[in-house]
Design a protein around this ligand. Structure first.
Ligand SMILES: N[C@@H](CCC(=O)N[C@@H](CS)C(=O)NCC(=O)O)C(=O)O
Length: 378
């Protein structure tokens, strides 16, 4: 079954928002960034056609760590347009929850959280970047799905952020639910899970709409801010993030609906189980630190006074846990010392003192009603 999607278009001068997002856009003669969209009418299958499997030679066991060590730095694929998760400022410095994860991984490998090069990858190009070996790991608000786990040649480690797709509208619209969007236009980004979920949910609920499809977050949200669509949809984390950099955040509401499950976390290539374990246990080290109350501020004291066997193993005082991963035994200590535990990383980027505050919700330790649970360190 096919459905006709009219993709609206035109030539639009966008001066709003892009400056705040630090993304290069072509400049018009008056200096304002210009986004050109082409008028097209495309037929898009309602159920996305399976992407042709990309044939890649997977890295073999141990090869990725060896290559990273020989290079002297980790190359991490991140977002550059989503403040709080992955963002690059005008000075070229990266920040965000997913960015800090890359730093934690560099700390685990090198004992030096700065030994990481950030590579900004768009939604569309991220999987090719991983498959081709351009990046060692993808840490970019990426949802774990079956197709990405199989055809796209990836393996997801434990989820670092449980999310769900949401919808944002202008407050003045008075819209309070998805039905209020019947007949409307919805801005959405291509190359994401968002497009398919939108089609699925609206079809299920019998709501008709026209998708306005864009290539990146800057153009999606600029179009929304200009009133070229009635609503914008993406992960709720993305909505919180991008609302914060709209000119008038208070005039936009995120509807109280969750359209999907979006488990976000780091992704690696198929084939190198040692690398998978390192990327995975870096996530667990962040959880472990929070669970055991080990912070960047108290890690030295905690290490020198550790008596619990599991803490001793985590700190590398017993058991050679780091060596088993192919690292040094102080890998966990280095993560917490240099980057902090999960709570510190979360609060630095998404905590109550940030513009991108998101309550912990499911992203709490299992002991606090959330889903974060590190397996035993032994
Ligand atoms: N989690 C979803 C959506 C991720 C996504 O790419 N979201 C957009 C909207 S917030 C984004 O990050 N855009 C930034 C960009 O285009 O660089 C996925 O994995 O497909």
């Amino acid at each position: 079954m096919r459905k006709l999607f009219a993709v609206f278009a035109g030539l639009t001068v966008i001066s709003l928002l892009l400056a705040a997002c630090g993304t290069a856009a072509p400049a018009a003669s008056n200096g304002a960034p210009v986004i050109q969209t082409v008028v097209v009418t495309v037929e898009v299958p309602v159920t996305a056609a399976p992407a042709a499997p990309v044939v890649v030679a997977p890295a073999g066991y141990g090869e990725t760590l060896k290559a990273v060590q020989a290079r002297g730095k980790l190359v991490c694929g991140v977002n550059s347009q989503v403040p709080g998760f992955g963002y690059v400022d005008s000075a070229g410095s990266y920040s965000g929850f997913d960015v800090d994860y890359c730093r934690a991984l560099a700390a685990a490998i090198f004992g030096d959280a700065t030994k990481v090069e950030f590579r900004a990858v768009s939604a569309k190009e991220r999987f090719t970047a991983l498959q081709s070996g351009e990046i060692d790991v993808l840490s970019r608000n990426t949802t774990w799905t079956l197709v990405r786990d199989t055809e796209l040649g990836g393996n997801f480690v434990h989820t670092t952020f449980y999310d769900g797709q949401g919808m944002m509208v202008k407050k003045e619209s008075g819209i309070t639910d998805l039905k209020g969007l019947d007949g409307g236009t919805i801005c959405v980004q291509t190359g994401t899970t968002t497009e398919l979920n939108l089609a699925d949910v609206m079809a299920t609920q019998g709501i008709s709409y026209t998708p306005a499809v864009f290539d990146d977050a800057d153009s999606t949200f600029a179009a929304y801010a200009e009133g070229r669509c009635d609503a914008v949809t993406t992960d709720k984390s993305g909505l919180v993030s991008r609302r914060a950099v709209l000119a008038d955040p208070a005039n936009h509401v995120i509807l109280d609906v969750t359209m999907s499950k979006e488990p976000l976390g780091p992704m690696v290539r198929h084939g190198d189980d040692q690398w998978f374990d390192i990327v995975q246990w870096t996530v667990f080290a962040l959880f472990f630190g929070e669970e055991f109350g080990i912070t960047s501020a108290n890690v030295d004291e905690q290490k020198s006074s550790a008596t619990a066997p599991e803490a001793k193993r985590f700190f590398g005082l017993e058991g050679d846990m780091g060596l088993k991963l192919g690292l040094t035994n102080d890998w966990g200590y280095n993560i917490i010392k240099q980057v902090g535990n999960y709570e510190e990383v979360y609060n630095r980027n998404l905590g109550p003192d940030t513009l991108t505050y998101i309550p912990r919700g499911l992203n709490n330790l299992y002991t606090n009603g959330g889903l974060l649970y590190a397996p035993p360190v032994h």
